[in-house]
Write a protein that binds this ligand. Structure first.
Ligand SMILES: C[S@@+](CC[C@H](N)C(=O)[O-])C[C@H]1O[C@@H](n2cnc3c(N)ncnc32)[C@H](O)[C@@H]1O
Length: 334
């Protein structure tokens, strides 16, 4: 028998289309005010058309979140128990599953508090074999306060990515990793490079690399291949590196520019959303975020040419998102 998480209040009754959306809509992006289950039931006529869903739900943190600048309550993340939390999340995941097409991918971001609950739900809905990645994002540098307590700092978010079907998009990515200056050399043209032995390169390949200025010969005549490295604006050297499942190169929001920081308490960095969108969607693919908060997914999707639907029930969230996406008007479920 398949592994299945049960809890008090689990409800598997079919989620049928219900309600409709009222308000002005644009093809580029939509913003819906209200409960995400009601909103997605009203969107079910588009089932199978969505290419990417990003979910950044409440984390089971037991906290009430307040807008950092305005002091207004943004949303609550308090639950009577884990059963209540699961009863909130389960219909959202089921509806997202229905909306995604065979080219679609779901991303769910949580931390240590809910990750153990979320993964079995996604396994059940999408199939454990559809798990693409569990990503660990270093969301904050270790803080003094955390280091002193009797545990390692809890500075990770986990992102679960599952493909809906066989045609799910996949685009690998590269990033850059800092390289100590002592490990590189500077050429007469001012460019920095590292050296590696020629390895399996044939004489023909070496000749081609030589023509590109990528061969270095030691005084003893030994052949090395040059790999150019980039010098950042910060004076640090960087080498290209394939993105893997540990994302320590996406800076926490507190390191983002003041222009990017909205004051919304759980805002995620735009580069995080860009990486997700670029890896698992193509321009034109429809993106949905049912826990939209300050609208980061919309900002990243708009920049990358993906139409999007944002849903949030918090007026503070919607007001924040609207400042970032001023051309959008707000639709409501009726
Ligand atoms: C962790 S925050 C999302 C932050 C967002 N990723 C950002 O970058 O700003 C979760 C959001 O989900 C919203 N939310 C929680 N339950 C909801 C529900 N049932 N329907 C709609 N929105 C909900 C909250 O109002 C909150 O803005």
């Amino acid at each position: 028998m398949a592994v299945r998480l049960t809890w008090t209040g689990r409800d598997d009754t079919p989620l049928t289309p219900a309600g409709r959306l009222e308000g002005e809509r644009s093809a580029r992006g939509r913003m819906i005010a209200g409960d995400n289950v009601a909103a997605m039931r009203a969107l079910l006529d588009g089932a199978g058309r969505y290419g990417l869903a990003y979910l950044d739900p409440p984390y089971l943190s037991g906290t009430d979140y307040v807008h950092e600048r305005e002091g207004a309550r943004a949303y609550g993340d308090r639950w009577a128990d884990r059963d209540a939390y699961l009863s909130m999340l389960w219909p959202v995941l089921r509806l997202v599953h229905a909306l995604l097409g065979p080219h679609g991918t779901i991303w769910v971001q949580v931390d240590h508090r809910a990750s153990g609950l979320v993964q079995p739900l996604l396994d059940e809905l999408f199939g454990a074999e559809r798990l693409r990645n569990v990503i660990a994002w270093r969301r904050a540098p270790p803080l003094g306060r955390q280091v002193q307590s009797n545990q390692f700092p809890r500075n990770l978010d986990l992102l679960f990515a599952y493909a809906k079907g066989d045609q799910a998009r996949w685009h690998p990515a590269t990033t850059r990793a800092p390289l100590p200056r002592g490990r590189a050399r500077k050429g007469p043209d001012g460019r920095w490079f590292t050296l590696a032995p020629r390895g399996d390169y044939t004489d023909e390949s070496v000749a081609r690399l030589d023509a590109e200025g990528r061969i270095h010969r030691s005084e003893a005549g030994k052949v090395y291949v040059k790999y150019f490295v980039e010098e950042g604006d910060d004076g640090q050297l960087y080498k290209p590196r394939a993105v893997d499942a540990v994302w320590d190169d996406v800076a926490p929001l507190r390191h983002a520019s003041p222009k990017e920081r909205t004051g919304y308490p759980t805002q995620k960095p735009e580069p995080l959303l860009r990486r997700i969108l670029e890896a698992t969607s193509d321009p034109g693919d429809l993106v949905i975020d049912p826990f939209a908060g300050s609208g980061t997914t919309g900002v990243a999707a708009a920049a990358l040419g993906r139409p999007f639907v944002l849903i949030d029930e918090s007026p503070v969230a919607l007001a924040t998102a609207q400042k970032r996406l001023p051309e959008l008007s707000i639709e409501r479920v009726v």
